[in-house]
Every structure is written in structure tokens, then in C-alpha cells.
Design a protein around this ligand. Structure first.
Ligand code: SF4
Ligand code: SF4
Length: 138
């Protein structure tokens, strides 16, 4: 995939912390031991396929502005591979980062398109509705 100008990871390592990576036995919210200070992967050439294949939606979507880079707002926007959900995944240490106005506005806009929108942080999750209301998933 061609890189989009202005959409480099830079010093963001948010996915290497917020997401669970079973191949590395890394739980959600724990910084991967291979993360380098200032960004980047210390085992880049031999990183697992799951890391090799992963790209957050922010990197691949020209419509998501620079302010929405995951480390800047504390949430990764992503499609759930196992369902129709559109998700904002947060670091469990800052579980309500998805309520950041910029992120919340985007989530409500996605809900208005008919998507099922869910914010997640570790084992906690919340549904966000087109009306702007939200509540815990049960
Ligand atoms: S969360 Fe996105 S921008 Fe940040 S390091 Fe991961 S892929 Fe790159
Ligand atoms: S192995 Fe590299 S790319 Fe994968 S989570 Fe760790 S630091 Fe990130």
C-alpha cells in the first residue's frame, strides 16, 4: 500500500501498547518490550506477521486529520475483523479517551452512517449511538 503523505507513524507507538498481541503474549495496555524510545520497533526485520500486517485506520484514511493520530487522542480507530463493529480502542490506563471531543464527534458521525460503533478499553466497552448518547455494552 502506498504511504499517504503526512501519515507516518513517527513517534507514535500506540498500537504497540494499547492492543493485545497474542503472538507476543502481550496484554492490552502493556508496552511491547521491543518498542524503542521515541518510536519504532527494535525488532523491525523480524517482527511478527501480525505487526507486519497491521495498520491503523488513521494511517490509511486521508479523511482522518493529523490531530486524530492515535497517540494524540489516546484511541485507535479500527474495524473489528470479527464483526461489523467500528471501534475506538483505548489504552486501559486511559479508558475514556474515546470521549475526547474530536474522537467522540467522529464516532457519532460513524454511527449516523449506520455503523455499530463501540469504544473499548481492555475488557470494558461502550456503545456510541447516532443520537450522541452512549452507554456500557452488556
Ligand atoms: S497506532 Fe497507527 S500511527 Fe500509531 S504506530 Fe500504530 S499504525 Fe502507526
Ligand atoms: S514487535 Fe515491534 S511492531 Fe510489534 S508490537 Fe512490538 S514494537 Fe510494535
Amino acid at each position: 500500500m502506498l504511504a499517504i503523505p503526512g501519515k507516518a507513524c513517527g513517534d507514535c507507538s500506540f498500537c504497540c501498547k494499547a492492543l493485545e498481541i497474542t503472538q507476543l503474549a502481550k496484554p492490552a495496555g502493556a508496552l511491547c518490550e521491543h518498542c524503542r524510545a521515541g518510536g519504532g520497533c527494535g525488532v523491525y526485520a523480524t517482527r511478527p506477521d501480525i505487526c507486519r500486517d497491521y495498520e491503523c485506520l488513521w494511517k490509511g484514511d486521508r479523511g482522518l486529520g493529523s490531530q486524530l493520530r492515535p497517540d494524540r487522542v489516546g484511541a485507535i480507530l479500527m474495524e473489528d475483523p470479527d464483526s461489523d463493529e467500528y471501534r475506538a480502542v483505548c489504552d486501559p490506563a486511559k479508558p475514556l479517551a474515546w470521549r475526547t471531543p474530536l474522537v467522540f464527534k467522529h464516532l457519532v458521525a460513524m454511527a449516523k452512517t449506520g455503523r455499530i460503533v463501540v469504544a473499548k478499553a481492555g475488557l470494558k466497552s461502550w456503545r456510541v449511538y447516532a443520537s450522541g448518547e452512549w452507554g456500557p455494552c452488556i
